[in-house]
Design a binder for this molecule. Structure first.
Ligand SMILES: [Cu+2]
Length: 140
């Protein structure tokens, strides 16, 4: 598989316009599971210019990261949130990594993929990458 970085080093600066123009009623929800020590799906495929809610859930016994800085820079961000009733939400130009706490922690990302490409995702804790916590996110 050919890996390549997004051409531009910068994040998507017109996220607000893209997020506003997107039809969030057509949003697709994608479940991503972090376990000891794997990602499911390992090869995530998304379509550019389509709104998504990525629900990242840690079902493992250890804390895990979903670190995909280049991918996260290549999308338009609406927000990141932890679920109701006791969660909250964050808005920022972009994030670089998401940690979901062990035994059921959930973080939800509301994004619109913008730049096509194949991006790497890893868990950056200890030796989790070597144990299998690596994968790709393809935007086509
Ligand atoms: Cu991990």
């Amino acid at each position: 598989m050919t890996m390549h970085r997004a051409a531009a080093p910068d994040y998507v600066t017109n996220s607000a316009e893209i997020v506003k123009a997107a039809n969030w009623e057509q949003m697709e929800t994608v479940a991503i599971e972090l376990s000891d020590h794997d990602f499911e799906p390992k090869q995530l495929k998304l379509k550019a210019n389509k709104p998504y809610r990525l629900v990242i859930k840690n079902t493992g016994e250890a804390d895990h990261y979903y670190t995909a800085a280049e991918f996260f820079k290549s999308v338009a961000w609406r927000k990141a949130q932890t679920p109701r009733p006791h969660g909250g939400e964050l808005k920022a130009p972009y994030f670089t990594a998401v940690e979901a706490y062990k035994k059921g922690g959930v973080v939800e990302l509301f994004i619109v993929p913008v730049k096509k490409g194949v991006y790497e995702v890893v868990c950056t804790i200890d030796d989790h990458k070597d144990k299998g916590m690596t994968g790709t996110i393809t935007v086509e």
